[in-house]
Design a protein around this ligand. Structure first.
Ligand SMILES: [Zn+2]
Length: 363
């Protein structure tokens, strides 16, 4: 079964199970919480719970419905994930392309259930919204309920070139078809379109305990980490399994790129900086946005350092000479602006050149 066992969030699970058991489960839910705490996993748990042939506080895990949901193959559970913008010129073809792209991600998750955040450029665009609308008007395949999960819902951009699709989506969320359940997830509810946010009942998921993260890493990570690595990863995770997993290779690469860039910026104008800005060591936008995230985290740790706290990851020493966190916070704002711009069709190299200058000015 591709689904990893659910960890933590017992309070939320109990409340949701109670609501489901008494027929009081809202039809549109918004799961919020830090990245990697298991929002989409909880959404799948809830899908399993409402589909399960047995009633109880937890899905039984062994009936046909539970097994289908667990295998990401239930015909009435539709998990929408952000995807790259479809390329076909024809809108109908775009919807087909979106369906294929989502099916491909599902296939990947069946094979590798531990996934990271979507590529920074991936969205729920107009084609995905149309696909959702088409599926929402169909009747249930199995004759029971239907569940629609929209992961990273802040990446919904239905309004782009299609107010019709955007309005239809709002109408759908306002009056969901009988027996349907919509579960949206987001790290940042404020980034959700207010019209969508106002139609959903929020459920906040807190951070996992260190013990829960440790248990997950110990039992799931292969090859098993050494005791020292385990301690380090639990500490870096800050209650997020996603973060604990990301502290492996991929993130290591992004952090190294971020550190090199910072060191070049700190060394001042010169050949090293020019080279760092001219030769982006990444190829995909996902790697670029991961580098920006690592940059923001490193600056954040340095800001902690200036306040006398111990940084939780290596930070260039020159950053710690600041007497106040202000320059570092200013630098983080510039990185956040670049991160925002990276969602659009901006050339990463250009963005980086501008960011490099901005950082050199404040740091
Ligand atoms: Zn079951």
């Amino acid at each position: 079964m591709p689904l990893q066992p659910i960890i933590g969030h017992l309070g939320a699970r109990r409340r949701l199970a109670k609501a489901a058991g008494t027929g009081k489960l809202p039809q549109v839910l918004l799961l919020t919480g830090d990245a990697g705490v298991g929002k989409q996993r909880l959404a799948l748990w809830l899908a399993q719970l409402v589909m399960c042939e047995h009633s109880g506080e937890e899905p039984c895990g062994s009936c046909r419905a539970c097994r289908l949901v667990g295998a990401l193959s239930h015909p009435d559970v539709h998990w929408f994930v952000p995807i790259a913008r479809p390329k076909a010129p024809d809108p109908d073809k775009q919807v087909e392309e979106a369906a294929q792209a989502i099916a491909q991600v599902m296939e990947e998750r069946r094979n590798q259930p531990l996934y990271g955040e979507s590529d920074g450029m991936a969205i729920h665009g107009m084609a995905s919204v149309r696909l959702l609308l088409r599926r929402a008007i169909l009747t249930s395949v199995e004759g029971g309920r239907r569940v629609f999960i929209i992961g990273e819902a802040d990446r919904l951009v239905p309004q782009e070139s299609s107010p019709d699709a955007a309005n239809a989506l709002l109408k759908l969320l306002e009056e969901p078809p009988p027996g349907s359940l919509f579960i949206l997830t987001t790290v940042e509810p404020r980034r959700l379109l207010p019209t969508i946010r106002s139609r959903a009942v929020p459920v906040r998921l807190g951070r996992l305990t260190d013990g829960e993260v440790r248990e997950f890493l110990e039992t799931r990570l292969r090859p098993a980490p050494s005791a020292e690595e385990l301690d380090q990863r639990v500490a870096l995770a800050e209650g997020s399994i996603g973060k604990a997993l990301a502290s492996g290779d991929e993130a290591g690469k992004a952090q190294q790129a971020a550190r090199q860039l910072l060191e070049a910026v700190l060394a001042g104008a010169g050949p090293a900086l020019e080279q760092a800005l001219r030769q982006p060591p990444w190829f995909a936008r996902g790697e670029f946005t991961a580098m920006l995230d690592a940059l923001a985290e490193t600056l954040g740790e340095a800001a902690r350092g200036t306040l006398g706290e111990r940084p939780r990851r290596p930070v260039p020493k020159a950053l710690l000479r600041h007497r106040s966190p202000d320059p570092l916070l200013k630098a983080m704002e510039h990185v956040a602006d670049a991160r925002e711009a990276a969602w659009g069709n901006v050339n990463p190299q250009l963005l980086l050149a501008v960011l490099g200058e901005e950082l050199a000015e404040v740091l």
